[in-house]
Structures are given as structure tokens and as C-alpha cells.
Design a protein. Structure first.
Length: 145
């Protein structure tokens, strides 16, 4: 595998910026640099490649369904279940498309995956696919922002 990494201080800063949204007006976009987003994707990809395809997870763990870019709902899930690392999470896919804040949604999920790789798990849904992203909005959101 490669050796992609991210500065822990930068990772914490990204998470803090993404979580500041809780105090902001609904729909406010979090400003992340393209390079920061690329770094999140690159480092998370290496973690996914290092971990097994078949997960055997221990209870207790919170299991969460489709988010579809509803960032406020994702934050509500964490408020209800506990923000990582207070709780372990398994997300079942479909993180982006349809909602207005897919970028914030996937960035926070990837950041938590990087920070807590053994306590935070993300499965791939049918919306984690380029052709679906083009149809349902994530591609356009990325181009626009």
C-alpha cells in the first residue's frame, strides 16, 4: 500500500470546521479547500484498502442508514448517538446525492474514518458510484463548489 497521511492537526481542524455548522444557519456551506478534500479522499482510500472487505464488528455499535447529503440529519445522528469516539458507528452507504450538503456529509464521514479507523465503518452503497453521482446531483455539487 501507499503511505498517504494527513497532519493530525489539519484533520482536527477540518473536523472542527465541519462541526461548527451546528451553530450556523441551516444550509450554510462549510468552506474546505480542494486540496484538503483530496487529502481526505486519498488517506481514507488507503485505510479502506488496508481493511478487510468482510467486517466482523463488536457490539455496541450504532448502525445508520442512508444520509443522502442531509448534513443536518447526520449531525443529529451524532448528537443522539454520541460523537465519535464516544460511540462506534457502521454506516450502510448512500452518503451523497439528493441533499444539498453532500460534500460536507462525505467529508465529515471520511475525516472520522481517518481519525478512528477501527471504530468508524463505512460501507459502499449504490450512490457511491460515479454514474449515479452524475444523475442524482453529487457531481454537479462538486463542480459548482
Amino acid at each position: 500500500m501507499g503511505s498517504a497521511s494527513i497532519d493530525p492537526v489539519l484533520l482536527d481542524d477540518i473536523i472542527c470546521r465541519l462541526l461548527e455548522f451546528k451553530q450556523a444557519r441551516p444550509g450554510k456551506q462549510v468552506q474546505l479547500m480542494e486540496g484538503e478534500i483530496r487529502q481526505l479522499c486519498t488517506v481514507a482510500r488507503e485505510i479502506f484498502l488496508q481493511q478487510p472487505n468482510l467486517l466482523e464488528l463488536e457490539a455496541p455499535i450504532k448502525i445508520c442508514g442512508d444520509i443522502h447529503g442531509q448534513y443536518a440529519d447526520l449531525l443529529r445522528l451524532f448528537e443522539y448517538g454520541g460523537f465519535p469516539p464516544k460511540a462506534n458507528y457502521l454506516f450502510l452507504g448512500d452518503y451523497v446525492d439528493r441533499g444539498k450538503q453532500s460534500l460536507e456529509t462525505i467529508c465529515l464521514l471520511l475525516a472520522y474514518k481517518i481519525k478512528y479507523p477501527e471504530n468508524f465503518f463505512l460501507l459502499r452503497g449504490n450512490h457511491e458510484c460515479a454514474s449515479i453521482n452524475r444523475i442524482y446531483g453529487f457531481y454537479d455539487e462538486c463542480k459548482r463548489r
